[in-house]
Design a protein around this ligand. Structure first.
Ligand SMILES: [Zn+2]
Length: 257
């Protein structure tokens, strides 16, 4: 027997646009059961769940930090699609190379919307963390048709307030989705001895000039120095390479895991 939360979650995934087979794979529930539930327990109770933006449940501290992190992930690798009956699916694409980040993404989604289930949908090389709710467009008003780099992305006043309170969480989300930390090394001869020097750096790449501005503007408020390392095919690659700035980034972000 499956509990009601599992049933509701499966139905909500189906309403968000996943096929019966995809819901079955994501939840581990048989296709037969999923099909039964979509007939018997619609409409989904998500339709009446309280709005976290209007009801002010984002006003306690921890969900605000989680929200800032999730906002970074959404701006980097997230999308919101509309399904039936006003239910929207938030999908964050996570690379399978970093299983810890998949867990952290799912944890942040749960913290922001605790009453809604979270699924992992596998595709070659990546796992999408998927959550359905009527309120994702309220939580991420940047939602809109088409890719993010073809539309204007600006944060609302309440989002800017959260980012001002938790700037490192936003940056962590952005680096975890569209960034990385890499270590270059070089050898130098000092007093006749060959020594190896390591140069860790952070990179962030995005095709939306607005999202790049949100990233670099937040770095500026924290005193992290950055520069544009490259531009190609409309993508801007920002690097943080100065030693003191990398040390700050390491203290709050670190390598992906
Ligand atoms: Zn809402």
């Amino acid at each position: 027997m499956y509990d009601m939360a599992t049933r509701q979650h499966a139905v909500a995934l189906h309403e968000s646009g996943l096929t019966i087979s995809e819901v079955s794979r994501a939840t581990g529930v048989s296709r037969f059961s999923v099909r039964e539930w979509t007939i018997r327990i619609t409409p989904s109770p998500l339709m009446t769940a309280e709005c976290p933006v209007r009801s002010g449940t984002l006003s306690t501290d921890r969900p605000r930090a989680d929200y800032a992190y999730l906002l970074g992930l959404y701006l980097g690798d997230g999308c919101i699609s509309e399904g039936r009956g006003g239910v929207h699916a938030l999908r964050i694409a996570c690379g399978n190379a970093w299983p810890g980040l998949i867990d952290e993404c799912a944890r942040a989604v749960t913290a922001v919307l605790p009453t809604n289930g979270v699924s992992r949908v596998s595709a070659p090389g990546c796992t999408s963390v998927v959550s359905t709710s009527k309120h994702w467009p309220c939580l991420f008003p940047q939602h809109g048709p088409g890719p993010k780099h073809l539309r204007r992305i600006s944060l609302t006043a309440w989002q800017q307030q959260i980012v001002a309170e938790h700037p490192w969480e936003l940056l962590r989300g952005l680096i975890h989705s569209d960034g990385c930390r890499i270590t270059n090394w070089a050898t130098r001869t000092v007093a006749g001895q060959s020594k190896r020097y390591e140069y860790p750096r952070y990179f962030f790449t995005n095709t939306s000039a607005d999202i790049v501005r949100i990233f670099t503007g937040t770095l500026d408020t924290l005193g992290v120095e950055w520069k544009v390392a490259a531009r190609s095919n409309g993508a801007v690659n920002v690097s943080v390479a100065r030693r003191a700035s990398v040390a700050l980034m390491d203290e709050h972000i670190g390598p992906k895991y």
